[in-house]
Design a protein around this ligand. Structure first.
Ligand SMILES: [Zn+2]
Ligand SMILES: [Zn+2]
Ligand SMILES: [Zn+2]
Length: 319
């Protein structure tokens, strides 16, 4: 469905939005409005921002009014777009470029159970296995070296007041919740429509001790969720996009794993460590078999990650 935006002054093309925000005073105006618990009159807002010249202040405020700031009889208040700007500024600017040196944790690798090691730089948490090749290796090995299990995007604020173990749990849960939203076909950043696709390594050959030399991955099939509106995309193994499907979700829940709030110790071994079988190529179909406590679930998915078949085999209860 398309909406005619007409001449609504609240809408702003992206390039004009960047121009409107390219000034420290304007960011301070948004911050002052965000910190206020009520709309602010012109003079009070100007005092809080600390600008003496009313004419200059009015000029900057005028650039924000409409798209980022709402003006009413009560005064000025932030619109949602203004609040989002402040969220972005605060999530990145709490500390200056924090770094976490490689730290070994009492947390298991989902593939081999050895301890994982975490490190953080440039807004990414690297989770690496100390005992096996992990999930993939990047062409840039400084970013994703041998043993990489996952590379989580995490804003600097995610490290504040948290131990390395808490940082791992936070990054994992935060990313997982993004996957759940993406799996529902909705972009967690902008609410736009998300498209899923898969790529397949044609010459795949990997083992417990070696990644594939062609794709540098443990698995042949890789999945991507792309927002059709904003730049948000996430790449990962297909299973992480399938957790929200009823059958997978039920399988996890039946084994004491909460798919809405999973823990690192329990969920990744169940979800990331699966058997993969590219059973058909035209049309494409991949079969993933998960195992928990000897119970198995096989899920067949197509090239948009829609489930086309499910089979569950519970182990016979021991007498
Ligand atoms: Zn491992
Ligand atoms: Zn491969
Ligand atoms: Zn989006």
């Amino acid at each position: 469905m398309n909406f005619d935006r007409g001449d609504d002054p609240r809408t702003l093309p992206p390039d004009e939005a960047f121009v409107a925000l390219g000034n420290e005073t304007r960011i301070e105006i948004l911050r002052a409005l965000q910190n206020a618990d009520r709309p602010l009159a012109f003079s009070e807002l100007r005092n809080r921002v600390g600008v003496d010249d009313p004419g200059r202040f009015n000029y900057h405020l005028g650039k924000l009014t409409g798209h980022f700031v709402r003006k009413s009889d009560d005064g000025y208040a932030p619109r949602t777009a203004g609040t989002r700007i402040i969220e972005a500024v605060l999530s990145g600017a709490v500390t200056d470029a924090p770094v976490l040196e490689p730290t070994r944790l009492d947390a298991p690798c989902p593939y081999c159970g050895a301890d994982v090691e975490v490190s953080y730089r440039e807004e990414r948490l690297l989770t690496r296995c100390t005992g096996c090749p992990g999930s993939f290796a990047g062409s840039d090995t400084s970013l994703a070296p041998f043993g990489t299990i996952a590379l989580f995007d995490l804003p600097p604020v995610g490290l504040e007041d948290r131990s390395p173990r808490d940082i791992l749990d936070t990054a994992f849960r935060w990313t997982h919740l993004e996957y759940l939203t993406l799996a529902a076909g909705i972009c967690p950043r902008c609410s736009g429509t998300v498209e899923h696709s898969v790529t397949v390594c044609e010459n795949h050959e990997a083992s417990e001790t070696h990644l594939c030399e062609y794709c540098n991955g443990r698995f042949a099939v890789d999945a991507t969720a792309n927002c059709t509106t904003c730049p948000r995309y996430l790449r990962g193994i297909p299973s992480v996009f399938l957790i929200s499907k009823t059958e997978v979700s039920r399988f996890l829940t039946d084994h004491g794993i909460n798919p809405a709030n999973p823990s690192w110790d329990r969920a990744p071994p169940a979800v990331m460590n699966y058997d993969e079988d590219v059973s058909k190529t035209d049309p494409f179909e991949v079969r993933l078999t998960f195992e928990i406590d000897r119970d198995e679930l096989t899920v067949a998915a197509d090239d948009t990650l829609s489930i086309v078949a499910v089979e569950r085999r519970d182990a016979t209860p021991e007498i």
